[in-house]
Write a protein of this length. Structure first.
Length: 129
C-alpha cells in the first residue's frame, strides 16, 4: 500500500460516523424542527402508565412468575419473591391498577394471574413506537 493510499484510507476511516449525530447530512435539516416533531398520540399516556407499572424489577419478576405458573395464590407467589410479603402486596397492587394482573378472592385467599389481553396491548403499544 502506498503512502497516498494509506492517507486516503485513514481519512476515510476518520470520516466514518461515530454516533447518530455524526451521520452525513445531519447538520443539513431538510425540514424545519416543527415539521420533524412527532406529535403525541392518544395511546402515549396508556403506554406511559403501563411502562411505569413495570418500572421495578420485582414487578417484572411477578409477571414472569405468573406467566410461568399461571394462577397463583398470594402466599405461594410471595414466597417466590426476594421481598417481604407486604412489599409484594404493594407491587401487586400497582400491577393490578395498571390492569396487567387480575386478582380474585378464592376461598378467602387472594389468587392472581396475568391479564393476557392487557399484556398483548402493551406489546402492541411498544411495537408501535
Amino acid at each position: 500500500m502506498t503512502q497516498a493510499s494509506k492517507r486516503k484510507s485513514r481519512k476515510a476511516a476518520a470520516a466514518l460516523p461515530d454516533g447518530c449525530c455524526d451521520l452525513p447530512g445531519a447538520d443539513k435539516l431538510v425540514l424545519a424542527p416543527a415539521e420533524l416533531a412527532e406529535p403525541l398520540r392518544p395511546e402515549d399516556a396508556e403506554l406511559a402508565m403501563l411502562a411505569k407499572a413495570l418500572a421495578h424489577p420485582v414487578r417484572i419478576l411477578i409477571l414472569r412468575n405468573l406467566l410461568r405458573i399461571g394462577t397463583c395464590y398470594f402466599g405461594r407467589l410471595a414466597d417466590l419473591l426476594p421481598v417481604a410479603a407486604s412489599t409484594a402486596s404493594q407491587h401487586l397492587s400497582i400491577l393490578k391498577e395498571a390492569g396487567l394482573v387480575r386478582g380474585e378472592i378464592d376461598d378467602q385467599r387472594p389468587c392472581y394471574c396475568v391479564d393476557l389481553a392487557q399484556l398483548r396491548r402493551l406489546q402492541h403499544l411498544l411495537g408501535d413506537l
